[in-house]
Design a protein. Structure first.
Ligand SMILES: C[S@@+](CC[C@H](N)C(=O)[O-])C[C@H]1O[C@@H](n2cnc3c(N)ncnc32)[C@H](O)[C@@H]1O
Length: 390
């Protein structure tokens, strides 16, 4: 491995640089290698790194948000979006199946903590980071596009948000104790992906975990259709029950037990999920998830950032509350600042290891347009002596 690559991967592992990543295709040119110094050259690449807003650009973004937030969705409508949140997502997966989001193949590069740390594994990650980065070299960066057209809930599975009649929920309503047997009880390294959707993160992770004995991946979503899609893919790809378990679970439902005890997870992955939860409920979710981590365990987070183009694109009348919007299909999106993330995760007693704003300029060369993309990414660790603050 040449020195440049070794240094680059080393900095990646230390969390010093965000990788050029987002759902969809992304080029493998190392992040930081495309800095726009001459505005006349903006259409020479598809993506520019480490963009700074000019004062004018920031003011324009703020104005756009003020405008699209001026008219709020009526309170009774808002209640419907909250109570039926899982139905909207369920319909989303009925409509799009697993074709909407692209596989998040960047995950392991960006979050090497997903794998157990031993010398052997470290080498594997570095090797696969390098290979993936190289093999993607000619690809372009995609976007976190989202269905804006209205999708009517044709066949809602049940009346209430957590009322899906499914065996998983009933079976797990109490949850096992630490000494009991549960899926993954004999594993030595356990990961939970929250809001796994159709498995776009699950499968890139499982493909690597397969070679790592003792590892186990749980994944959950409150949309039964999503969990079904994951389970069908599990069976097609002959993943072993000894290594993964998908279950229906609403992370906002505090009274709902997980199919494993608290304090046993090494890693929790929260990728583009918290943004779809009502801001008033986010803190409780982060608290509950923190309880699931073992001391030293990591919560890995990535989501929409404030003034991302996706926020600016919302039309008037889609705003629920400040920086929180509803899409045409009834799913919702919040746009975070890194200060909000710091506050929420630290309030849950976790220690901040990384918290950054990944700000890029995405270029559509064909249409000759450039958009500011903003994501927030964080890594938070549960301390050895964790005190729950609420
Ligand atoms: C934007 S998708 C992201 C899916 C996946 N994490 C990924 O990165 O491709 C958000 C997912 O979060 C799930 N979700 C939203 N609120 C949830 C909740 N309260 N409990 C469990 N899952 C939830 C949705 O059903 C959806 O699958």
């Amino acid at each position: 491995m040449n020195v440049i690559w070794r240094n680059y991967i080393c900095r990646l592992r230390q969390g010093k640089v965000p990788h050029r990543c987002q759902s969809g295709v992304h080029p493998a040119a190392p992040l930081g290698s495309r800095i726009l110094t001459d505005p006349a050259k903006v259409f020479e690449h598809n993506m520019w790194d480490y963009m700074q807003w000019s004062k004018e650009e920031e003011a324009a973004a703020r104005k756009k948000v003020e405008e699209n937030s001026a008219t709020r969705v009526a309170p009774e409508e808002q209640v419907k979006f909250e109570n039926d949140a899982n139905k909207y997502w369920n319909t989303f997966y009925q409509t799009h199946k697993n074709k909407f989001f692209k596989n998040r193949n960047w995950l392991l590069r960006e979050f090497p903590e997903i794998l157990p740390v031993d010398q052997n594994t470290k080498e594997k990650v570095e090797e696969s980071s390098r290979d993936q980065v190289r093999s993607n070299f000619s690809r372009m960066q995609g976007t976190e596009v989202h269905c804006q057209k209205s999708c009517v809930s044709s066949d809602p599975p049940s009346k209430g948000r957590s009322n899906f009649s499914n065996l998983d929920l009933e079976e797990h309503s109490k949850g096992p104790g630490k000494t009991e047997r549960f899926p993954g009880s004999s594993a030595t390294f356990r990961i939970l992906e929250v809001g796994c959707g159709a498995g776009n993160s699950v499968f890139p992770i499982l493909n690597t975990l397969q070679n790592i004995p003792g590892s186990f991946l749980y994944c959950c979503d409150f949309a039964p259709e999503a969990v079904d899609l994951v389970k069908v893919s599990f069976s097609h790809a002959s993943y072993s029950e000894a290594q993964c378990s998908a279950f229906i679970h609403d992370v906002c439902d505090d009274g709902l037990a997980y199919p494993f005890p608290d304090g046993i997870l090494d890693v929790i992955l929260l990728v583009f999920v918290l943004s779809s939860i009502h801001p008033d409920r986010m803190q409780a979710v982060v608290h509950r998830l923190s309880r699931l981590l073992k001391p030293g365990g990591m919560l890995l987070f990535r989501d929409h950032g404030r003034y991302d183009n996706a926020q600016l694109r919302f039309k008037k009348g889609r705003c629920l509350s400040e920086n929180f919007y509803v899409r045409g299909d009834g799913t919702r999106a919040y746009f975070f600042t890194k200060g909000e993330i710091h506050h929420m995760f630290c309030e849950a007693g976790l220690h901040e290891k990384q918290n950054l704003v990944d700000h890029r300029l995405q270029v559509n060369r064909k249409k000759q347009v450039a958009m500011h993309r903003v994501w927030v990414q964080g890594k938070f660790q549960k301390p050895l002596h964790w005190t729950q603050r609420r």
